[in-house]
Design a binder for this molecule. Structure first.
Ligand code: BES
Ligand code: ZN
Length: 516
């Protein structure tokens, strides 16, 4: 066994080659699957003096055939991929690999669950399907053709819009360029609940929830949640859906809660199925939140994706913030906030003060799958929430608008996101960036001397401190947001009565510990 090597954020280099188009063909059998990938590569115009070689990731693959522009290429098989040599600047690589979903127990790549085929490609699962540039900054349009025994697998699904469907075969085309971690395929004998949603610009979207047949009666609430998510993202963020069809598939064997594959979300069945007779209020709220979360990724994650996996919080922190706002707008905002802050202070604060502490944007990783953490998700969402508090709703929306204008269809960084927020609002976030780069929960101190308030912190971070002031009867005299920065700062409240009471850190406006 070779020692696993760390990957460093500072070592990021753009890919020497990019991809125009990816055409995949899957032949699904009981004891093997054949995958043919026809991929059009071209040299990255932004890379100076690119080499004429290319390394493609691959894991547990059996190479059956390989052709470049119809000829045998110069290549070398390695244990983690395929080295191609003496390449032209532009070429079509056609590779056939044999894989074994029927014995794949890793819950990554193509595997079987309850007799059905399904995939999981984030973060590094696609390399278990074919040799490819398995990195989030290489985007391509995908065509996927699936063939399988019609009796066992009448339902054949992949990303995008359905081009052709006949018994035993289906072809899908996804016009939105995407990295391979958003690829998905499902094949099985599934029941479907169907509905439609008409977007505010008048496009009709087919909505489909696929489950094992005996579960079809438990899918109603998920469908209603999905429609609420579509409507809310239009209403609050002005964001519309962009394909003819949106599918959710529920499977029993799934590592995580759910996955935002373009147009074809795959869910752990516990976040889809609700028996109305036995499900609790919080079961319903959770289903709605996860359905919302994966739907909201369509813009924050899919249309604009991550340059590299160090930027994971770019999509997850922002999308958690969005799903929190979804639940807050539809239900009781204060209860949602109390629940989230409780989880943050118990779970994330503990992570941040223990041996696994890491920044919202880590500097290195050995195994990316270990970085889907409370810090990247929940603290990441708090950092986005602070930006929202600093800019206000209108300013935050202005920043997001600029972010989508600039970066739609691209793979970007957390710095790009903050830069868009900054430019759209003329707000300087330089002293804010420590929230992304520093681990640990800062302890702040607040001292009151005759209503002259001194706030101090261990470093020099910018953050919003919401407060209120009450008189001795408990009526509110004043409330607002202080902007803390620097090691120590003074705020003058001497205009207020001597016996007033301060209420600090309202709404938990920053993920800090208040030292008494
Ligand atoms: N992209 C993730 C799911 C994921 C992460 C799959 C890592 C594979 C590897 C998805 O958007 C997600 O964050 N899901 C959460 C639920 C969400 C409501 C926070 C999950 O699965 O726990
Ligand atoms: Zn997510």
């Amino acid at each position: 066994m070779s020692k696993p090597e760390a990957i460093y954020r500072q070592d990021y280099q753009p890919s020497d080659y990019l991809i125009h188009t990816t055409e995949l063909s899957f032949e699904l059998f009981e004891n093997e699957t054949l995958v043919t990938a026809k991929v059009h590569y071209y040299q990255n115009p932004k890379v100076k003096n690119p080499p004429n070689s290319l390394f493609l990731n691959g894991k547990n693959l059996e190479l059956i055939e390989i052709l470049i522009d119809g000829f045998q290429p110069d290549y070398q098989l390695k244990n983690d991929g395929l080295q191609l040599k003496n390449l032209p600047a532009d070429f079509v690589l056609e590779i056939t690999t044999k894989i074994h979903p029927e014995t794949n127990t890793s819950l990554n790549g193509l595997y079987k669950t309850s007799g059905n085929f399904c995939t999981q490609c984030e973060a590094h699962g696609f390399r278990q399907i074919t040799y490819y540039l398995d990195r989030p900054d290489v985007l391509s349009v995908f065509t996927t053709r699936i063939t399988a025994d019609f009796k066992r697998y009448p339902i054949l699904l992949s990303n995008g819009n359905l081009l052709e469907n006949q018994p035993g075969t289906a072809t899908w085309f996804d016009p939105h360029p995407k990295p391979c971690y958003l690829f998905a395929l499902v094949a099985g004998d599934l029941a479907v609940l169907q509905d439609t949603f008409t977007t505010k610009s008048g496009a009709e979207v087919a909505l489909k929830i696929y489950v094992e047949k005996h579960n079809i009666s438990k899918t109603k609430f998920a469908m209603e949640s999905l429609k609420r998510a579509f409507a809310w993202d239009e209403r609050r963020f002005g964001l519309e859906y962009d394909l003819e069809i949106y599918m959710i598939v529920a499977v029993d064997d799934f590592n995580m809660g759910a996955m935002e594959n373009k147009g074809l979300n795959i869910f752990n069945s516990k976040y889809v199925l609700a028996n109305p007779d036995t499900a609790t209020d919080s079961d319903f709220i959770n289903i709605e939140a996860v359905i919302g979360h994966e739907y909201f990724h369509n813009w924050t994650g899919n249309r604009v994706t991550c340059q590299d996996w160090f930027q994971l919080s770019l999509k997850e922190g922002l999308t958690v913030f969005r799903d929190q706002e979804f639940t807050s707008d539809l239900h009781a905002r204060s209860i949602k906030r109390i629940t989230d802050v409780k989880a943050l202070r118990t779970l994330q604060f503990a992570e941040d003060s223990g041996p696994m502490a890491h920044p919202v944007r880590p500097e290195s990783y050995i195994e990316m799958n270990n970085f889907y953490t409370m810090t990247v998700y929940e603290k990441g969402a708090e950092v986005v929430r602070m930006i929202h508090t600093l800019l206000g709703e209108a300013g935050f929306q202005r920043g997001l608008k600029l972010y989508f204008q600039r970066y739609d269809g691209q793979a970007v960084t957390i710095d790009d996101f903050v830069e868009a927020m900054s430019e759209a609002n003329n707000f300087d976030f330089a002293d804010f960036m420590a929230w992304y780069s520093t681990s640990g929960t800062p302890q702040i101190r607040i001292k009151n001397s005759a209503n002259k308030i001194t706030i101090s912190q261990p470093d020099e971070r910018l953050f919003p401190l919401k407060y209120g002031v009450l008189d001795c009867e408990g009526s509110e005299l004043e409330s607002g947001v202080l902007i803390m920065k620097g090691k120590q700062k003074q705020f003058d409240f001497s205009h207020l009565p001597a016996d007033c009471r301060f209420s600090w850190l309202r709404d938990f406006s920053a993920p800090v510990k208040l030292k008494p």
